[in-house]
Design a protein around this ligand. Structure first.
Ligand SMILES: [Zn+2]
Length: 283
């Protein structure tokens, strides 16, 4: 993106791209986040033509192209004829405000609670799904739910275990609890049972919560010591078919068809990209 920034800066210096009125002081032409790009200009047809020239040069230099079907043009105080001319010059359709980015509306003012409501609801939904998973592991009985302090089965410093709990625990465990001497002068000891040493650790919690399956044949290939963590993770995603490459993008309805960006062949997928493509075949 720095390359595109340099191209824009050149055009601004030559006055071929006019700055947006709110960007004059900062001489801001674009903001980039990941592979998303926001471009600001003065709404002149001539500026749009120069931006198009920058895009073409950028594609020549980097091979990266503007996704016209995923891009939108937003104008303010620009007459309809100019809007159409800019839209045609850039090959980008008109969008309507407000626009959302990463689930939140892009506003010139600060966000209010209502703006964030949808995102909050999604986050709460995500938290509940985790809570459900946690409850499966930390449900004690039908009465003592999630919170099960020992004090619940103590009355006047003596054991008092509910009958239904005795039935659930069985006679052996119940007798062991009741035979345990209560020392009122010592503080309770908290033991984290998923850890062998009884001390809370995130790793032991993860182990307690995660679904466990048998070790797969490709475990060493993926997680052996020879590669960098980044390569290991990419290999893992490739083996699980989770890399965001062509076939996955089609499956997720992000693109309609998937062409290999290296050789242009239709149907980019893992085997093609890592073994069959011209670049992979040279390695
Ligand atoms: Zn290819």
């Amino acid at each position: 993106m720095e390359v595109l920034g340099i191209l824009f800066d050149d055009k601004v210096r030559l006055k071929e791209i006019g700055l947006h009125t709110k960007c004059n002081d900062s001489i801001l032409t674009y903001l980039a986040f990941g592979d998303d790009l926001l471009i600001f200009f003065d709404g002149a047809h001539s500026s749009a033509n120069s931006i198009k020239v920058c895009f073409e040069l950028f594609t020549e230099l980097t091979g990266l192209e503007v996704k016209h079907n995923k891009s939108k043009l937003y104008c303010s105080e620009v007459n309809d004829n100019t809007k159409i001319a800019i839209s045609d010059a850039l090959g980008i359709g008109m969008g309507s405000l407000p626009v959302k980015y990463l689930g939140l509306p892009l506003l010139s003012s600060g966000l209010i609670k209502g703006d964030c409501q949808q995102l909050i609801e999604r986050l709460i939904g995500r938290i509940y799904s985790w809570q459900n998973r946690l409850e499966q592991h930390f449900k004690y009985d039908s009465t003592i739910f999630l919170s099960a302090p020992v004090s619940n089965i103590l009355v006047n410093s003596l054991w008092s275990i509910y009958q239904h709990l005795k039935n659930m625990l069985g006679r052996e465990i119940t007798e062991e609890i009741e035979s345990t001497c209560i020392n009122r002068h010592e503080a309770d000891l908290v033991i984290w049972t998923p850890s062998q040493d009884g001390v809370y650790k995130v790793a032991s919690t993860y182990e307690a919560l995660r679904d466990k399956i048998d070790k797969v044949d490709w475990f060493e290939l993926c997680w052996g010591d020879m590669a960098s963590p980044r390569s290991k993770f990419t290999t893992f995603k490739a083996l699980k078919g989770a890399l965001a490459i062509g076939d996955k993008m089609v499956q997720m309805n992000i693109v309609q068809v998937a062409y290999c960006t290296i050789c242009g062949q239709l149907g980019e997928n893992g085997p093609h990209l890592f073994m069959e493509c011209i670049l992979a075949a040279e390695c």
